[in-house]
Design a protein around this ligand. Structure first.
Ligand code: ZN
Length: 256
């Protein structure tokens, strides 16, 4: 039984070299991402504005709220929150160690199966779920610094929404659709920020923007197994109200 793995260990020089190169790339990606995050916090006015708003609203972001992680095969640029099980047994509070926690974070986007398992437990009354206020950027999928900062703004909008309402995006698909619409709309991911920065006049603002926001919000809603099946309907139902809702900005930041 063990001979196969021994063979592997001995005759795998090529694999070791490949692993060394992969590790080097991971380290480089991480370094670049950390730099983007630092610059975002120090210089990006939108990121700074949202951070300050969180403080004013009484939701001081935890230290190192924004992390750079290796997201492996997941294609996303980042995410908000880690679905965590609140253990229902009385002595449980102290059983989650920091090590376990960081293992959980380092998994980045949880797999559909993991989330399904947690959701099933909650349905059966065995567990309660909550979202941790944690933002992660997937370091290997950031195209450039602008992309990193847009992803930060996107996730900070989710943090603001979690702070201002008793939002339950795990179980309430309309809540989820609403915060995704707002995050896509206000982050500039539909290219408005860049267009304006480049001094271009936007003639088809509502048309293009709304379509892009809708499409991207639907994709995000589909990522929650509770909401995947009717993602389009949820986004449609929430769209008008949530697309208009620019809180905590007075108006759409890309129009300033
Ligand atoms: Zn989102």
């Amino acid at each position: 039984m063990s001979s196969a793995s021994q063979d592997n260990a001995v005759g795998d020089a090529g694999g070791t070299e490949a692993k060394r190169m992969a590790d080097e790339k991971t380290a480089k990606d991480n370094e670049t991402c950390e730099k983007y995050v630092k610059n975002g916090l120090n210089r990006n006015v939108t990121v700074q504005f949202l951070y300050e708003r969180l403080l004013q609203m009484g939701c001081a972001p935890p230290k190192n709220m924004i992390r750079c992680l290796d997201c492996k095969d997941s294609q996303r640029a980042g995410g908000f929150g880690v679905v965590e099980e609140i253990d229902m047994s009385a002595t449980a509070a102290s059983t989650t160690t920091d090590k376990q926690k960081s293992d959980q974070y380092s998994k980045c986007a949880q797999t559909k199966q993991e989330i399904d398992t947690l959701l099933a437990k909650e349905r059966d009354g065995d567990a309660k779920l909550r979202l941790l206020p944690q933002i992660y950027l997937c370091q290997q999928h950031l195209r450039n610094e602008t992309h990193a900062h847009e992803s930060m703004v996107h996730e900070l909008i989710h943090a603001v929404d979690m702070c201002r309402t008793k939002m339950d995006p795990i179980n309430n698909c309309i809540h989820l659709a609403c915060t995704e619409i707002r995050a896509e709309n206000l982050s500039g991911e539909c290219h408005w920020l860049r267009e304006v920065q480049n001094g271009r006049m936007l003639t088809d603002f509502l048309g293009h923007g709304a379509k892009c926001v809708k499409r991207r919000a639907q994709l995000s809603v589909k990522a929650n197994p509770n909401c995947a099946e009717k993602a389009e309907e949820y986004v449609e139902a929430a769209f008008e109200r949530c697309y208009k809702d620019t809180f905590p900005f007075d108006r759409h930041p890309n129009l300033r």
